[in-house]
Design a protein. Structure first.
Lengths: 339, 615
């Protein structure tokens, strides 16, 4: 990516299209955060490509004054993979939702992650199908009552973080639409990371699944119900910063403890996002309220070579060693004879 | 048996090697073809193998064959019936004897005719010759297995390796029959088994043993003399349709000064194109073996968006899966070539057998009004030309192009006069440069109606495309009813205008005659051979063969008007005939259709044409 000297502002990333998400939709805030994050990356505006599938969130590229591609349902990971491999100089962002990425596009999603293609996948998780007007999604809670589950769903949801780590994901972060600053911070980190990044943003759908994340946005209690992880810092949370996470070694699981006489800060786990072993990351990603605080921040960020980088390196190497310099060489290679 | 050897001069001969799928018949056939090509024959080959890698040994289902047709005249098909069949086991004998000419020769590995082998092949008696009434052929029983063992007994090889080289004994025999030199094949051993002197020696020994056996046996088949063909001077090589397709794209990328990207998922019989392109990383090709067919095309669409010459390769079932994404390429007006190496359908159908039954799918198999250019190659070597053309049209007209080949021409091979790239035109990609004022993503050039291509990374041209209907200039989302109608018309007209750059339809034979034979794609060799033979016999018959399907050449009506009868011959139920009825009405289109997973035979075609001419 060309480093730019030009100083851009969030406004430079807004297109002339009228934004048509519902008033109060979490998508507005997420887009604001991305438009604030991009100038911090020092990448030229023409080197960004935003690629999406189908769904409310997938309208996103139209509102960005960058190169953009609104694809077909579920296939954004595949389109974005092609774009990135064709031109590794681009900063490629995939905007997707829980239906687009986890249901119809599940196969492409896991393989893009497994290959570690340098894409930034922003997963808007509102646990519902919005654009088709209110059917349950693969992340809807068990028993959720929706238009296609009037008696409650009978299927268990995917946890995006678990799926990402299961697909050998090297970067997973979580944020929430009402925390602009956290979103912005995480998007910057994702943008700087080399390899596939997945940022799950808990997003509110005001029309079909309002307040689905209410427990985590409640002003009074949100700090007791969530934890913001920072690499190298102890896992302490709570309004009064009086709670922390330790490893319950006997049961091989995390445990919430009160800081005080029995436990002090030095007993508390220190977050190491760069640990290759995904064990703790998986436990952190899977924490759910009320048993645990929900984890926000960059949960996992491990540097390994990327697919697109490897393709480029292999092509350059093999081409360099090749005896064929042009098509005529290839045409005349192998066994030929004169008539 | 017991015929005395004498030499027969022939213009052309068909040989078929047939055995178990593990017997190395494909290699044997290829080596024989190569030698025939080197000494100047024209030829055409076709491998015929089961879809199972190792079907149950010794059964009919596991029979693998390789047919080669060579001669001193122009050879366009692998031949209908064999002059010589080499049958390495009873199953091969049973499965293939019906493809031997009356009075032809069958060489049988006598050692394979044991009780177990005969039973596996479904013979009820211990005399397969009588049971299948094979005495009308010249049968040569040769103890191939035991003589191979005998030849290699002191070479220190294990019994399995020894038996594996029995195909070379058979090849040696056939070389003697056609008076072929052994040195090309011996050179092949030297190269192939470079660091295994034992294996080189064993193969050479067996090959020579087979040759000598044929020479010394009294009861040998007649030996043939087939002189070199009078073909265009030049440097030649053998090429199969799939390799030619892959190379056509590499050539197009070079002429367009674009990088080549192929997103694809392995599927028989198209996989070889992806394999070849993967190997051609040494030519800068990027390949992406995707997680499924849909990802294959979608990665290619993403690469096309990023400015690569993008192709995706598949066969019928894969084309079905790619349908929605082809529509996306239609809507976003990005260049893309989709190769469909057709096979027998529907569903999984006959994966290794050729058919032409995906024509309607290629033309119409998508939601909405979704026009694409459809082109069909018609011989193994011209896959190169049509792959090049498909890429050229895709890039210069900013449209998806479907290139149809089939399992027959994709796997078949023939000698090919190697072109030089200076014979091929440049491909001019309509890429917009930085600094262009007032650029609109969907503005079009007046002649082709193609939009321009703004590549991500170009400053100042940031824009959005996608699957929603587009405003006719800005390319932004538009739900305007009148705009939609306009865009539907524009997309159709853009594809239609490709007829301004494609060649006119030519006929082989008289421009006016009693019967016009019409075909398209991979049936060319058989149709051309049958028509030529009829013409030589003095019949009033011509051939019009199509490579450009959508749009059609502009002179179809003019051509058709000059014939009393038109018969459309296809390996499907009449899809092209129906298409002609729709696009070029006013003629009576007779049909000749065959859907057996097999190519036509020239004999059946001639019989049918004769009947039509008599009526």
């Amino acid at each position: 990516m060309a480093q730019t000297q030009e100083v851009l502002t969030p406004k430079d990333y807004k297109s002339d299209q009228e934004v048509r998400w519902c008033p109060g939709c979490g998508d507005h805030a997420i887009m604001n955060a991305i438009q604030r994050a991009l100038p911090e990356l020092g990448i030229a505006k023409e080197d960004f490509a935003f690629i999406s599938g189908i769904g409310c969130s997938s309208r996103f590229p139209y509102y960005m004054n960058t190169y953009g591609f609104h694809g077909i349902h579920g296939r954004a990971s595949a389109i974005a993979s092609g774009t990135k491999v064709a031109n590794p100089n681009l900063s490629v962002w995939q905007i997707t939702g829980d239906g687009d990425a986890m249901a119809i596009g599940g196969n492409h999603f896991i393989h893009a992650i497994r290959r570690n293609i340098d894409l930034n996948i922003i997963l808007f998780n509102n646990e519902i199908y919005g654009l088709t007007k209110g059917q349950y999604s693969p992340t809807s809670q068990f028993g959720a009552v929706t238009k296609t589950s009037p008696y409650g769903t009978v299927e268990h949801p995917f946890h995006p973080g678990e799926l990402v780590i299961g697909a050998q994901g090297k970067f997973f972060a979580r944020s929430i639409d009402n925390n602009l600053k956290l979103c912005q911070e995480i998007f910057v980190e994702a943008g700087k990371h080399h390899g596939a990044t997945v940022v799950e943003v808990l997003q509110n759908c005001v029309i079909y699944n309002d307040k689905t994340h209410a427990a985590l946005t409640d002003r009074e209690h949100k700090e007791d119900r969530s934890i913001v992880l920072h690499h190298g810092e102890p896992m302490i949370f709570g309004k009064n910063r009086d709670k922390g996470l330790i490893l319950d070694a006997e049961n091989l699981k995390l445990k919430v403890v009160e800081l005080g006489d029995k436990y002090t800060e030095k007993d508390i786990l220190v977050h190491n996002a760069k640990e290759e072993n995904p064990g703790i990351h998986l436990m952190l990603a899977n924490m759910s309220y009320p048993e645990y605080p929900v984890a926000f921040g960059v949960i996992r960020s491990v540097d390994v070579p990327t697919y697109d980088g490897a393709v480029q390196a292999q092509v350059e190497y093999v081409k360099g060693e090749s005896k064929y310099k042009c098509m005529d060489d290839l045409l005349n290679s192998g066994t030929t004879w004169e008539v | 048996m017991g015929k005395k050897a004498d030499t027969i001069e022939r213009e052309e001969v068909v040989v078929r090697f047939s055995g178990d799928s593990g017997d190395g018949m494909q290699l044997t056939g290829t080596l024989f073809s190569d030698t025939s090509a080197f000494i100047g024959n024209d030829l055409s080959t076709f491998p015929d193998y089961p879809s199972e890698i190792r079907a149950p040994q010794g059964t009919i289902g596991g029979v693998s064959g390789f047919q080669v047709h060579f001669g001193q005249t122009s050879i366009k098909t692998p031949g209908d019936y064999a002059d010589i069949l080499v049958a390495m086991n009873p199953a091969a004998l049973r499965a293939t004897s019906k493809w031997v000419k009356e009075g032809g020769t069958i060489i049988i590995d006598e050692d394979s005719l044991d009780e177990r082998g005969l039973k596996k092949a479904g013979f009820k008696t211990d005399d397969p010759i009588a049971e299948d009434k094979l005495d009308r052929f010249n049968i040569i029983m040769a103890p191939i297995s035991s003589l191979t063992k005998e030849a290699l007994k002191d070479k220190g090889l294990d019994p399995k390796s020894i038996l594996r080289s029995k195909n070379m004994f058979a090849l040696g025999m056939v070389y003697w029959i056609f008076d072929r030199p052994l040195n090309y094949t011996e050179d092949f051993f030297e190269k192939k088994f470079k660091n295994k002197p034992l294996v080189i020696d064993a193969n050479k020994t067996v090959l020579r043993a087979g040759y000598n056996y044929a020479e010394t046996m009294e009861h040998m088949a007649p030996s043939y003399k087939v002189s070199p063909a009078k073909i265009e001077k030049g440097t030649y090589r053998n090429i199969s349709g799939n390799i030619a397709t892959a190379w056509g794209f590499i050539a197009a990328a070079e002429k367009a000064e674009l990088e080549l990207f192929c997103g694809s998922y392995p599927i028989t019989p198209a996989t070889e194109i992806l394999q070849e392109l993967s190997e051609r990383k040494d030519m800068g090709v990027k390949t992406f073996q995707a997680e499924d067919e849909i990802a294959g095309i979608c990665t290619s669409i993403g690469a096309s968006f990023a400015g690569d010459l993008a192709v995706t390769t598949t066969s019928g079932p894969g084309l079905a899966l790619k349908g929605e994404a082809i529509g996306l390429a239609v809507m976003t007006e990005l260049p893309l070539v989709i190769v469909n190496v057709q096979r027998g359908g529907p569903s999984t159908g006959l994966p290794t057998k050729p058919e032409q039954s995906d024509l309607m799918q290629a033309l119409y198999g998508r939601n909405g009004e979704s026009p694409v250019v459809v082109i069909a190659a018609s011989s193994p070597s011209n896959c190169f030309h049509y792959a090049f053309e498909a890429a050229k049209i895709a890039v210069e007209h900013m449209t998806p192009v479907i290139l149809l080949t089939d399992g027959f021409i994709a796997n078949g091979s023939e000698p090919w006069r190697i072109p030089t790239m200076s014979e091929y035109p440049d491909i001019k990609a309509p890429i917009v440069k930085e600094g262009v004022k007032d650029w609109q993503p969907y503005a079009r050039d007046a002649e082709r109606l193609a939009r321009t291509w703004a590549i991500p990374g170009t400053k100042g041209l940031e824009h959005r495309i996608g699957g929603l209907e587009k405003d006719e200039l800005k390319g932004s989302v538009s739900h305007d009813p009148v705009n939609h109608q306009k865009m539907v018309n524009l997309r159709e007209e853009k594809v239609q205008r490709v007829d301004r750059v494609i060649p006119k339809l030519k006929v082989e034979g008289e421009e006016s005659a009693k019967l016009l034979v019409v075909g398209w794609g991979g049936t060319y060799g058989h149709l051309a051979t049958a028509v030529k033979q009829m013409q030589d016999k003095g019949h009033s018959i011509s051939l019009a063969h199509f490579n450009y399907i959508k749009p059609l050449p502009t002179n179809v009506r003019e051509v058709f008007e000059k014939y009393d009868k038109i018969v459309v011959c296809e390996n499907n139920m009449g899809q092209f005939a129906d298409y002609l009825r729709m696009t070029t009405p006013g003629f009576e289109y007779l049909q000749y259709n065959k859907v057996q997973g097999l190519p036509f035979t020239t004999i059946e075609l001639e019989n049918h044409f004769e009947k039509l001419l008599e009526e």
